[in-house]
Design a protein around this ligand. Structure first.
Ligand SMILES: C[S@@+](CC[C@H](N)C(=O)[O-])C[C@H]1O[C@@H](n2cnc3c(N)ncnc32)[C@H](O)[C@@H]1O
Length: 405
C-alpha cells in the first residue's frame, strides 16, 4: 500500500460551521463576509522593531517535561517606516469596517507607540462620532525602567460601526471589591439589604452590596499570562483569554460572527467558540495557523490554507476493519534537523480527500495532558479516498492520499 502526497486547499472538521481559520493577509480580500461580522478585534504588530517566536515543544518527552523545545520565528514586527506601518493598519481597518454589520463594533489593540496615530486613522475610517472608548489595559508584568515611568499599559480603541451598535455591559459584571467600598458608610435598609453611601458634590450616592458593578475604561483586573499559565501556547504576544471574554461577551450575542485578522495564537477564536459565537481568524504566519488549528481542533472548523507536496517522507498503515479502518503512523522524515521521526509530528488527522478538500473524521494533537500521539486513529468505512493530514512542529502541513497497490 502507498500514501501519496497530494495538494489540498481546505480542511473541514465536523460540519465546518462554527468558524473559519484562514492563512491570509489582513489587507486581503474578505468581501465574502461583508456586513456579516458583529465584532472585529484587531491585535496587529505594535511597531516594536522586534522578532517574535513560537516556543514549540517537541515529542512526547518535550510535552511531558516542557524542556525539549524549538524556538521558531513566528513573525517580524519590523517596518521600513511609520508610513509603511500605517498603510497596513489603514487597510486592515478598512477591511474591518467593511466586515462589520450595522450593530457591530471594532476593538483595536495597540500600545503607546502607535495608538495616537491609530486614533486619528479610526476617526477617519469609522467617523469621530463613532468613537466609543479608549480602554486602558493596565498590567504589572515586564521590566521596570529607572529612566522614565515604566510603560505598563496597552490601549484598546473601541469604535462602533453606527448608532445602531449592540452593547450589553450587564454580561460582564465584576466581583464587588470590599476595599473599594471600605471608605463608604455601611447601612442596612428596611428589607435587610446592605448598602453603602457616599456624599460628593452635595449629592448622596447609594450602592447596594448585592448589585453588580461593571468595568470602566481602565482594566487593571486582567493580568498578562504568567510563565506557567495553562493557556500559554508558546506563541509570543499571546493575549489572555479573559481580555477577549470581556470584549466578546459585551459586544456580541450568541451565534454572532467574531473576526480577528491578526489571529496569532487564536485567542479570539477560542474565546468566541467557548462563548457560543462563530469565528473568523486570519493570519499570515503559518505557525500562527498551526497553533490556532490545534486550539480549535475540537470545534466544527473550516481551515483555508494551500498545501502542496514537499520533500517529506511518511509511512502509515491502514488496517481494514468491519465499520472502521485503523490508521497508524509509522514514520515521518522531514528536512534534516535536530528533530526526526514521529517526534516531528505535532498534529494529525485522518479523513477523506476530494478535489483538494480534506474532510477530517478523527484528529489528534500533542498537548500537556496528551503528550503521546495515539497508536492509531479510526476512519469510518464511508465512500471516499482515505487520507492523512499531518502538521509538523515546523508548521509544515502535508496531505497524503491512500492508494492500494
Ligand atoms: C500581536 S500578534 C496577535 C496575538 C493574538 N492576539 C494572540 O492572542 O495570540 C500579531 C499577529 O499579526 C500577524 N500579522 C502580521 N502582519 C500581518 C498581516 N499583514 N496580515 C495578517 N496577519 C499579520 C502576525 O503573524 C502575528 O501573529
Amino acid at each position: 500500500m502507498n500514501w501519496v502526497q497530494v495538494s489540498c486547499y481546505q480542511e473541514v472538521h465536523g460540519k465546518g460551521q462554527s468558524g473559519t481559520v484562514m492563512y491570509a493577509d489582513a489587507r486581503g480580500d474578505f468581501s465574502a463576509y461583508a456586513g456579516q461580522v458583529q465584532l472585529v478585534y484587531l491585535d496587529p504588530p505594535f511597531m516594536t522593531g522586534e522578532d517574535f517566536s513560537l516556543r514549540m515543544r517537541v515529542g512526547e518527552k518535550g510535552w511531558e517535561t516542557g524542556r525539549d523545545a524549538l524556538v521558531l520565528p513566528a513573525y517580524q514586527d519590523k517596518f521600513a517606516s511609520k508610513g509603511e506601518y500605517l498603510s497596513l493598519l489603514r487597510a486592515a481597518l478598512e477591511n474591518a469596517r467593511m466586515l462589520l454589520n450595522e450593530t457591530g463594533s471594532l476593538f483595536l489593540h495597540l500600545d503607546s507607540r502607535m495608538s495616537a496615530h491609530a486614533r486619528i486613522l479610526c476617526d477617519e475610517i469609522f467617523g469621530e462620532s463613532n468613537f466609543v472608548n479608549e480602554i486602558i489595559w493596565a498590567y504589572q508584568s515586564g521590566g521596570r525602567s529607572m529612566k522614565r515611568f515604566s510603560r505598563k499599559h496597552d490601549v484598546i480603541l473601541f469604535y462602533r460601526k453606527s448608532r445602531k451598535q449592540f452593547f450589553d455591559i450587564t454580561k460582564v459584571p465584576l466581583p464587588r471589591s470590599e476595599n473599594r467600598s471600605n471608605h463608604m458608610r455601611r447601612c442596612v435598609d428596611e428589607n435587610g439589604r446592605t448598602y453603602r453611601t457616599i456624599q460628593s458634590g452635595g449629592k448622596t450616592y447609594t450602592y447596594y452590596d448585592d448589585e453588580p458593578v461593571y468595568p470602566g475604561d481602565v482594566w487593571a483586573d486582567v493580568s498578562h499570562l504568567q510563565q506557567k499559565d495553562p493557556q500559554r501556547t508558546g506563541y509570543d504576544t499571546q493575549k489572555p483569554q479573559a481580555l477577549l471574554n470581556r470584549i466578546i461577551l459585551s459586544a456580541s450575542r450568541p451565534g454572532d460572527l467574531v473576526a480577528d485578522l491578526f489571529a496569532g495564537s487564536g485567542t479570539t477564536a477560542v474565546a468566541a467558540a467557548q462563548a457560543g459565537r462563530r469565528y473568523l481568524a486570519a493570519d499570515i504566519s503559518p505557525l500562527s495557523i498551526s497553533v490556532t488549528r490545534k486550539r480549535l481542533l475540537e470545534t466544527e472548523m473550516t481551515l483555508h490554507m494551500p498545501c502542496d507536496a514537499q520533500n517529506i517522507r511518511m509511512e502509515a498503515e491502514l488496517v481494514p476493519g468491519i465499520a472502521y479502518h485503523d490508521v497508524s503512523l509509522k514514520d515521518y522524515q522531514g528536512i534534516p534537523g535536530p528533530v526526526q521521526g514521529l517526534d516531528l509530528v505535532d498534529q494529525w488527522s485522518v479523513g477523506f480527500i476530494e478535489s483538494g478538500v480534506f474532510t477530517a473524521q478523527s484528529s489528534a494533537a500533542r498537548r500537556k495532558h496528551t503528550p503521546a500521539l495515539p497508536a492509531y486513529l479510526q476512519l469510518p468505512q464511508l465512500r471516499g479516498t482515505p487520507a492523512i493530514l499531518i502538521v509538523d512542529v515546523y508548521g509544515n502541513r502535508t496531505v497524503w492520499k491512500y492508494q492500494e497497490d
